[in-house]
Design a binder for this molecule. Structure first.
Ligand SMILES: Nc1ncnc2c1ncn2[C@@H]1O[C@H](COP(=O)(O)OP(=O)(O)OP(=O)(O)O)[C@@H](O)[C@H]1O
Ligand SMILES: [Mg+2]
Length: 260
């Protein structure tokens, strides 16, 4: 396999909400096995881009391809089956589910999801269920939550809640993992530990597309950075090119003045 091939290609993508062009004629691609960062000021369209890629919303125009498959406007579960998984900007966990149960939701996609075999508890169903449970154990060990598997997910520390979300995302066996500001609100220790986790996830062959404001994180982890502003691509390149780029500085400072 050519390791330089694009896993995700976004082509002339646009999405408006009323008069707001949240994503505006945006094109970029993510190279397989890379950690690729999306940065840009508040309201630049970053989360909207993730919602478009994962099928939560449909674009007004443009195409999204995963390897050679057109995934534009497919249902979110279909896109997940193509190997795209995500975490959300605001952590989303059910209050009355344990860590194990929450991560187990992810495997549902691969246990078939048919009702009759589940009711009859067929041999085949039980085998898949056992395999799924083994896989969850592996994932929880990997993200460092196995010891906490029976605790309520929503009661854990913020950093561990994010790990639960990552475990749930990994349970779908993604080839592309989208992380929307995964370290926002974390303390330095939690941020550092999560950065190590992202590197380990990436080493397992999972491509990561990450939205972040923390420039230390972005510059340390990323192979490639796409900067967006007002839904459009401003500039793109490796950290050494983006670092101190005049257009990037202006976008952030310009918006900061607007917000002031
Ligand atoms: N569902 C929606 N309905 C209406 N407007 C929306 C919706 N989602 C996003 N927007 C608008 O689209 C623009 C882009 O929002 P988006 O959440 O994608 O920005 P962002 O880059 O993720 O910002 P932040 O860094 O604050 O998370 C904003 O002006 C926002 O108000
Ligand atoms: Mg956002």
């Amino acid at each position: 396999m050519n390791s330089k091939a694009a896993i995700l290609t976004v082509d002339q993508l646009s999405k408006s909400f009323g008069g707001v062009k949240a994503v505006n004629n945006l094109s970029f691609s993510v190279t397989q096995n890379n950690i690729h960062a999306i940065i840009g000021p508040n309201g630049a369209g970053k989360s909207t881009l993730f919602n478009l890629i994962t099928g939560v919303i449909s674009p007004d125009q443009g195409k999204i391809r995963l390897l050679n498959n057109d995934i534009t406007s497919l249902r979110p579960d279909k896109i997940a089956q193509h190997g795209v998984s995500r975490t959300f900007q605001n952590i989303r966990l059910f209050p009355d589910m344990t860590v194990f149960e929450t991560a187990f939701i992810g495997t549902y996609l691969f246990t078939g999801g048919k009702l009759l075999p589940a009711i009859l508890r067929t041999k085949e169903f039980r085998k898949k269920e056992r395999q799924a449970k083994e896989r969850i154990e592996e994932i929880l060990q990997f993200v460092g939550l196995w010891e906490m598997r029976n605790e309520y997910a929503a009661k854990l520390s913020y950093g561990n809640q994010r790990r639960v979300e990552i475990a749930r995302a990994l349970a779908t066996n993604p080839s592309l993992l989208l992380l929307d500001e995964p370290t926002a609100g974390m303390n330095q220790k939690e941020t550092k530990e999560l950065m190590q986790l992202f590197t380990q996830v990436n080493k397992q062959g999972i491509t990561i597309l990450i939205i972040a404001h923390d420039m230390h994180l972005v510059n340390t982890l990323s192979d490639q950075i796409t900067v967006i502003n007002f839904g459009e691509k401003l500039v793109e390149g490796p950290p050494e090119v983006i670092h101190n780029h005049p257009a990037v500085m202006e976008a952030y400072m310009g918006r900061a003045e607007v917000n002031a």
